[in-house]
Design a protein around this ligand. Structure first.
Ligand SMILES: Cc1cc2nc3c(=O)[nH]c(=O)nc-3n(C[C@H](O)[C@H](O)[C@H](O)COP(=O)(O)O)c2cc1C
Length: 174
């Protein structure tokens, strides 16, 4: 007999730090519910309307997605528990900007993407944010023979569906 669950079991997903300029100051929050679609051209994630980062996404219609490595676990915990209303989370990192100019990215994260908002879906009390990936950036240390090697990025994986823990990526099997 299968054990039944009421929760979504699509898991694990990478923990990301989504960045936006709120009143011209960089702010980041942890997003655990995120997915690529249209073969990766777009990114979709779920954002509570009460999040401070939301106002920056609405102000500029841009955001960034930064993939923190395990070495950034402490900073990630702060970004996932403190609001930009109370803590200057932009000051935790070295921020840089790409083509869009209004999507702050984190130099300490191995992988970064800058995105332009293409649609916002109202799923009160959440919003579904859809962004087009405009450009992506990777640290050279994450490459093997010029190709991206995810093992070198040491992403933090977030399990949902009851097992709310962080994991690391395992070995390549194929
Ligand atoms: C593992 C993890 C996953 C999270 N996923 C989401 C999410 O998908 N959507 C969301 O709105 N908040 C999510 N949060 C909560 C926000 O990151 C957190 O409330 C943050 O402090 C909000 O910051 P802000 O108010 O500066 O935007 C998550 C937190 C953690 C620790």
């Amino acid at each position: 007999m299968k054990q039944e669950f009421s929760e979504n079991l699509l898991s694990p997903l990478p923990v990301v730090l989504v960045g936006a300029l709120v009143d011209n100051h960089p702010n980041y929050l942890v997003i655990g519910y995120i997915a690529p679609f249209d073969f990766g051209k777009y990114i979709f994630f779920s954002l509570y309307k009460k999040r401070y980062t939301r106002s920056g996404i609405h102000q500029n219609k841009t955001f960034s997605v930064n993939i923190p490595s395990e070495s950034l676990l402490a900073e990630t915990r702060i970004c996932g528990s403190k609001s930009g209303r109370e803590v200057d989370k932009g000051a935790l990192f070295d921020n840089f900007y790409g083509e869009l100019k209004t999507a702050p990215m984190i130099r300490q994260c191995a992988l970064n993407m800058e995105c332009e908002v293409s649609e916002i879906l109202d799923y009160d009390p959440n919003e579904g944010i859809i962004g087009k990936v405009i450009k992506s950036y990777a640290d050279p240390e994450c490459l093997t023979d010029g190709k991206l090697d995810m093992r070198k990025a040491h992403p933090i994986l977030f399990a949902i569906g009851g097992d709310y823990n962080f994991y690391r990526l395992g070995d390549r099997i194929s």
